[in-house]
Design a protein around this ligand. Structure first.
Ligand code: ADP
Ligand code: GLC
Length: 477
């Protein structure tokens, strides 16, 4: 049995802005089920919900700050969560990265540097918890200083750094380095320095014993300039320590047979009930209620990564087709405004929901026929897997985890029953429109469509396989 300290800036259902929270809320449970002693550590944000109030464990002093550690558990599990409680940094409304109005926290570097220092103290068992991990598993730039600071310790635990997204690196001006009072020894080109700036992510990429990312294809892609954002050289240099492990999904939360958010539960055996969710979605979204009109769904952060500009370029042509489109997301304000404009022009075809809404995300997965995910890059992506489980066939671009989890419906994959969605290559509107048309042709063939739905719904997206791969890695280091 390994002792694992799992550090993340967000964990579902306590707090979530994206897929990292889904992973941090489900991979540790899968590892606990494999008999491992795993504890999650994260900041104690004001917005944390859905868990018992944390009870006081101890106080740790770092960089002249007295920080409390509180203990709670992941709901419906025995997995312990340690909350790093420092009200001057974390007791504000908003999310881990922004205030309520969407403005990034001005002191975000201080916040996550403090978080990393506390994780290091806990990892070295200097928090009087009488528990020293064998492995510290770090996730994304917010935890990047942990492997760097641990590299200065004797008898340190092994470290893994998982990249969920290379586009976010935690880059700060060089004077932040001094203000954060970080050890001078780490300010070097093969340390935390990146072209004269402080890079949190480089702490993970340079110092972790192993680097993983969330799909095998993305592990290859980030070694190239297009996806490596300037760190492709370092990643290629560390290729022997770098691997891709595809994310699983929480099959208890994302299960159409038990989902309490949806109008009518269904499974592959009762697929006909999916239609009730479609009618309910049309009605709740103010769209004409008609079982025959295919609904395209889209859920996600409205940022360039997600290829939302491709969708915007296609919308005028899409509304000339017999379809409906339901979107849920938030992000770039100019994208939000453009989407609202379309919805105003075509209220019978387009429904736009700006904001974060978990029940609606489930209702779209259950009610839509086709899910749009034309990402320009996608380290793993979870919605294309949720969609398949709900028999909502995804249209994806062939990149990252999308390439690894969706098999295009072509004659051969139809024959061998592996077809489970639609895939296109070039990130251009014409390729997306062509794929949308292709999906509509198959949609018109009910028996072919149901066959692909069944293929998709029967796929195993559970964590078991991936959790075993992480465990093998923990054992190796
Ligand atoms: P990313 O982490 O890049 O945002 P993923 O596909 O890995 O993309 O995960 C996104 C997660 O966030 C999914 O669980 C998705 O359902 C959820 N999500 C994204 N936007 C919203 C929203 N506006 N409302 C509810 N859930 C959302
Ligand atoms: C990131 C990526 C997404 C991935 C998620 C969880 O947010 O953008 O592709 O699924 O992390 O690993």
């Amino acid at each position: 049995m390994k002792k694992i300290l799992f550090a993340s800036s967000e964990t579902h259902p306590l707090i979530k802005t994206g897929g990292l929270a889904d992973v941090a809320g489900s991979l540790p449970i899968a590892l606990a089920e494999l008999g491992q002693d795993i504890r999650i550590i994260m900041p104690n944000y004001q917005a944390i919900k859905n868990c018992e109030a944390g009870h006081y464990l101890c106080t740790v002093r770092v960089n002249n700050c007295d920080v409390h550690l509180l203990e709670t558990r992941l709901p419906n599990s025995d997995v312990i969560v340690w909350l790093v409680d420092y009200p001057p940094f974390f007791n504000f409304p908003g999310n881990p990265y922004h205030d309520e109005s969407g403005t990034p926290w001005a002191n975000i570097g201080d916040r996550f540097a403090l978080f990393c220092r506390i994780v290091v103290e806990v990892a070295m068992d200097r928090g009087y918890l009488n528990w020293k991990p064998d492995v510290v598993h770090c996730n994304d730039w917010q935890t990047g200083l942990i492997p760097a600071l641990l590299s200065l310790e004797d008898n340190k635990p092994a470290t893994i750094f998982t990249i969920h997204n290379m586009a976010y690196q935690g880059l700060f001006p060089s004077n932040t380095y001094t203000l954060l009072n970080l050890p001078g020894k780490l300010w070097q080109q093969d340390g935390l320095e990146y072209h004269g700036m402080l890079s949190f992510i480089k702490g993970g990429l340079s110092f972790a014993d192993r680097i993983t990312t969330v799909s095998p294809t993305y592990a290859q892609e980030i070694q190239k300039p297009e996806f490596g954002y300037g760190l492709e050289g370092l990643l290629a240099y560390r290729q022997d320590d770098l691997s891709g492990i595809i994310n699983g999904i929480d099959t208890s939360i994302w299960n159409p047979a038990t989902d309490s958010y949806i109008s009518k539960t269904y499974s592959v055996k009762t697929l006909k009930h999916k239609q009730e969710n479609k009618l309910a979605l049309q009605s709740s979204q103010g769209l004409p209620v008609d079982a025959d009109i295919p609904i395209f769904g889209l859920i996600g952060r409205l940022v360039e990564q997600k290829g939302i500009d491709l969708v915007l370029s296609c919308l005028t042509e899409m509304v000339s087709m017999p379809i409906q489109f339901v979107l849920l997301g938030s992000g770039d304000k100019s994208i939000e405004l453009k989407l609202y404009d379309f919805a105003r022009l075509y209220p019978e075809k387009i429904a736009i929901n700006i904001g974060y809404n978990e029940p609606l995300a489930h209702q779209i997965e259950a009610g839509a026929d086709i899910f749009l995910m034309p990402s320009r890059f996608e380290p793993c992506g979870l919605n294309q897997m949720y969609s398949q489980r709900y028999g909502t066939l995804p249209i994806v671009r062939k990149t990252g985890g999308l390439a690894d989890t969706v098999v295009d419906a072509l004659p051969e994959s139809m024959r061998d029953s592996t077809a489970c969605g639609f895939v296109f290559n070039d990130p251009v509107p014409s390729a997306l429109i062509e794929t949308i048309k292709r999906s509509l042709i198959l949609y018109a063939d009910k028996s072919a469509w149901q066959k692909i739905q069944r293929n998709a719904m029967l796929k195993d997206f559970s964590w078991q396989n991936s959790a075993n791969q992480y465990l093998a890695l923990y054992n190796e280091i």
